[in-house]
Ligand binder design. Structure first.
Ligand SMILES: *Cc1c(COP(=O)(O)O)cnc(C)c1O
Length: 374
């Protein structure tokens, strides 16, 4: 082995089609993590592939200060499908960059400097976003990070009210924590976050990098609580597997966002892929399908393994099974004995983020595989 210093799994993946991944020996796997939620439409979706190919031939790149119709289309599309008033888009290349931009915009548009984040949060791995991330294993080798950050217990309204004051530039949170174990916030927590930031002139940032694009049964998770943040970040599945991120902002943020840019931000090829992805998700009502399949998945899991595990939780097709210490072993067995690829969420949770297109029989396959594994 040369060159690659990161952990790799013992399965070499060479092809993908829909919910299936194929390894170098021809074995097929059910991709029940959608490759970290990055392929909401499944692998190799035709509408996305052809939009991307066409744009690659027409114009691969143009510097971002020239208007480009494909990028303009993406701005308009995101504004149209985002919760009301999140009308301004800053496009970038990943989730951490989308959060990084949100943090910079919060500093610029408010009078505050401090940030409030939540325990168990995951917001990315660049210095700013990493400073908002909870787990010390991700941070300890790179400290010092931003020091004006207070972590509060997730879903604890009083702690949040105490932490936010007029020095606060922004409060950042996931509407459902993903990496932290699939922890949904209560509606009243998100409402409190909205009130307390508004009262103190701070920006409320929802990180929907994992929860967004239909995964939780609505296009954005925050819609279910009826709470609109000042900024919302999206990435992962936005271009169905190609690298993209976006920070959606209200006008008061956009007006005073400072000076921020990135060379590849909103490139035409990625924008074309994102346009096709968003169109497909909306036109085929995949959030509705995710809600239905998610209910089925949780109901069937409760029936088959509910008594053997500590908890089954989540929304839509963002589901965690709290299995205790055996999560790593369970994931390995699922992959090697049942050809089902799921994801960890910490050391104790088996996390499922399948493509939004999954069928009832695929749900059943996974329920049976899990029930035999546990
Ligand atoms: C994956 C993730 C990120 C980071 O996205 P990258 O594209 O890996 O930088 C940020 N926030 C949440 C909630 C995520 O799930």
């Amino acid at each position: 082995m040369t060159g690659f210093i990161f952990n790799e799994k013992p399965i070499e993946i060479v092809e993908g089609d829909g919910t299936t991944l194929v390894d170098d020996s021809g074995t097929e796997y059910l991709d029940f993590g959608a490759s970290y939620a990055c392929v909401p439409l499944g692998h190799g979706h035709e509408a996305v592939q052809s939009a991307t190919r066409d744009q690659l031939e027409r114009l691969t790149y143009v510097q971002g200060s020239y208007p480009n119709p494909v990028r303009t289309d993406l701005y308009e599309k995101l504004a149209a499908v985002a919760p009301a008033d999140l009308e301004y888009t800053w496009p970038c290349n990943s989730g951490t960059e989308a959060n990084e931009a949100a943090l910079k915009f919060a500093r610029s548009a408010t009078d505050g400097t401090k940030f409030v984040s939540t325990m168990k949060a995951f917001h990315g791995r660049t210095f700013g976003s990493l400073s908002m991330t909870w787990k010390s294993k991700y941070k300890k080798h790179y400290e010092p990070l931003l020091d004006d950050v207070e972590f509060v217990p997730y879903d604890d309204e009083e702690a949040l009210e105490e932490a936010v004051d007029e020095d606060t530039a922004g409060v950042i949170m996931e509407p459902i924590q993903g990496e932290g174990g699939i922890n949904p916030a209560s509606t009243s927590y998100l409402e409190t976050a909205r009130e307390v930031t508004e009262d103190n002139g701070a920006a409320l940032i929802f990180d929907e990098v994992q929860t967004g694009l239909g995964r939780t049964g609505t296009l954005w998770a925050c819609e279910q609580a009826g709470v609109t943040p000042d900024m919302m970040t999206t990435a992962k599945g936005l271009a169905n597997g190609l690298p993209i991120g976006a920070t959606l902002c209200k006008e008061w943020i956009a007006e005073d966002h400072g000076n921020h840019a990135s060379t590849f931000s909103g490139g035409p090829v990625i924008s074309a892929a994102a346009n096709a992805t968003v169109d497909t998700i909306v036109d085929e009502d995949l959030p509705g399908h995710a809600a239905e399949m998610g209910d089925l998945l949780q109901t069937r899991l409760e029936e088959e393994i509910g008594d053997d595990v500590r908890e089954i939780r989540g929304k839509g097709l963002m589901v965690g099974v709290e299995v205790g210490r055996g999560a790593t072993r369970a994931l390995k067995e699922l992959a090697l004995n049942h050809q089902v690829l799921a994801l960890p969420s910490g050391r104790t949770v088996v996390r499922m983020l399948p493509p939004l297109t999954i069928t009832e029989s695929e749900v059943e396959t996974v329920v049976n595989a899990l029930s035999e594994t546990l």
